[in-house]
Design a protein around this ligand. Structure first.
Ligand code: DLL
Length: 441
């Protein structure tokens, strides 16, 4: 079967993507005023921070006034764990998701019915933006569960009228069988997992280029233009970038259109700013900095000026597709030490916390990230006390297993654990080098 050209007829759900700018800006202002009021009236942390600056919701008279409000950060979610930032009573909250915190505890995010509708709407518009529509068969290989990827893409695809295969992540052979046998036309997963599928397809005797698959909706981790070129050349599909984060909604904060020149932010629901991550001041137009997002339609957990730590730049110039929504440049790095492996966010501090749980392990460790056949591997090297090292092989193996379990129960991923003698890991004179990332993009 030959690959169908992508549909360039716009889906009716995409109408807000094309709002004339004056209309979009006034909608944003109305929504901003409402969300600031909601956060101020219902969330202690926002109220206290605004009071400390002698600000009230009435001080937001124009979009520029947003810059006067205080930032919110990941640590705020940790400090108010689990439900301290909720602006709705539990009876109105219909869904919880969670994502990695900076230490052992996850961060929890909440949705009302209305929030789920907004999320479904932006995900539907995301899929429509890359030319998907009714009749498409979408293999959703994002993980279902606390991670927002699976259910986010699922609801959006159903609302679009596409056929969803909720296969979730993993089980590569089954993924390839389903892709071939069910006539899948689009896939949602992390870009690295798709590379793995490409690698394995040859061994499984499947030629993806000959399948009807024509689009991939790839995100949840950084990837590069060269990775896009490789994916497209080796599979014959179009690879699109989707961006999002749990704290704001999940996937569907921004999505590339068929021009593939940066992801359009769904600005009617998420207001972007770019700041210098050291000073907190806005950067000049088009300059690189940290993306800060404000939710304009969130009920259960409004976020005002949330510092994403993702480094990008805003492109204000009009895209050829005609969307009035600004675009973000591809996110290549973060302002903190979080890394993403197999779509899971991990902070070195989580691994450190897991190590410190185990007697005999020392807080000297290094994390090695590698990629083989498109699949990420995580190795943790950790020093152990001289007593343990002098002990029997059995005792050492037992300790290795304990460390392994502790890491797995903290980050939800299995790591390769290597126990090493004290003072093996190179000490740094400045900041310890915790992560060595040898993955090639
Ligand atoms: O990764 C939501 C998502 C699911 C996005 C599926 C796209 C597709 P979190 O687990 O909270 O949420 O992780 C959010 O992942 O702050 C970025 O650092 C990174 N990230 C997400 N999408 C991209 C992307 C989901 N397209 C964190 N490019 C974010 C680069 C991305 N980094």
């Amino acid at each position: 079967m030959s690959k169908q050209p992508s549909n360039t007829v716009f889906h009716p759900a995409s109408a807000p993507d094309f709002l004339p700018l004056p209309q979009l800006r006034s909608l944003q202002l109305r929504r901003l005023q409402a969300v600031v009021r909601r956060a101020y009236e219902r969330v202690e942390l926002f109220r206290q921070r605004m009071d400390a600056r002698a600000l009230t919701p009435d001080d937001v008279q124009c979009l520029e006034d947003l810059a006067r409000l205080p930032f919110a950060e990941k640590t705020d979610l940790r400090d108010t764990y689990p439900f301290g930032l909720f602006a709705s009573p539990m009876k109105d909250i219909v869904r919880l998701h969670a994502s990695s915190g900076t230490t052992g505890k996850p961060i929890v995010v909440a949705y009302t019915q209305e929030d789920l509708q907004v999320w479904t709407n932006v995900m539907m518009r995301s899929l429509a933006a890359c030319g998907l529509h009714e009749g498409d068969i979408i293999q959703n290989a994002y993980g279902y569960g606390l991670f927002t990827g699976g259910l986010g893409a699922h609801y959006g695809a159903e609302a679009l009228g596409a056929t969803v295969i909720p296969i979730s992540g993993g089980n590569t052979q089954r993924q390839l069988m389903v892709m071939k046998d069910f006539g899948v036309t689009a896939i949602c997963c992390t870009p690295s997992y798709f590379l793995h599928l490409i690698d394995q397809s040859q061994e499984c005797g499947v030629d993806i280029r000959k399948l009807p698959l024509r689009a991939g909706v790839f995100g949840a981790e950084p990837w590069t233009e060269s990775m896009r070129r490789r994916i497209e050349a080796e599979s014959g599909i179009k690879a699109y970038d989707i961006y999002g984060l749990s704290e704001i909604v999940g996937p569907g904060v921004a999505m590339e259109c068929q021009c593939q020149t940066g992801a359009h932010i769904f600005e009617d629901y998420f207001y972007p700013e770019i700041i210098d991550s050291k000073t907190g001041q806005p950067v000049a137009d088009g300059e690189e900095g940290e993306l800060v997002l404000t939710t304009l339609g969130k009920q259960a957990m409004p976020m005002i000026r949330y510092r994403t730590r993702d480094i990008t730049a805003l492109k204000a110039e009009r895209c050829e597709c005609g969307r009035t929504l600004r675009r973000i440049r591809r996110i290549g790095r973060r302002a903190d030490d979080m890394f993403i492996i197999r779509g899971i966010n991990v902070y070195p501090s989580q691994i450190e916390a897991a190590l410190l749980e185990v007697d005999g392990a020392l807080p000297h460790y290094q994390i090695l990230l590698t990629r083989e056949k498109g699949l990420d591997d995580l190795e943790v090297q950790v020093e152990v006390t001289p007593e343990v090292f002098g002990d029997t092989v059995g005792a050492l193996e037992q300790l290795r297993q304990k460390v392994n379990q502790s890491i797995e129960s903290t980050i939800g991923l299995r790591a390769k654990v290597r126990l090493v003698q004290p003072r093996t890991i190179k000490r740094s004179e400045g900041k310890a080098v915790r992560v060595i990332d040898q993955r090639k993009m």
